[in-house]
Design a protein around this ligand. Sequence first.
Ligand SMILES: [Zn+2]
Length: 61
Amino acid sequence: MQITAIRQVECPVCTSRTTVSIRRDDVEAISNPSVAAFGEQTKVTCSNGHIYWVQLSNGSH
Ligand SMILES: [Zn+2]
């Protein structure tokens, strides 16, 4: 069974919060105004239409 966790991320432009679902519970969601060169990330559009990226970093590394 696949585990899904929910994280609230903050828009780097307007600080509006958006809920994102991630596949695992042990990762940290870090909002980023641009796409990172490596790592797993997901694209988010905030309620004000700003597009940013959320990097999912595993804190145990
Ligand atoms: Zn925004």
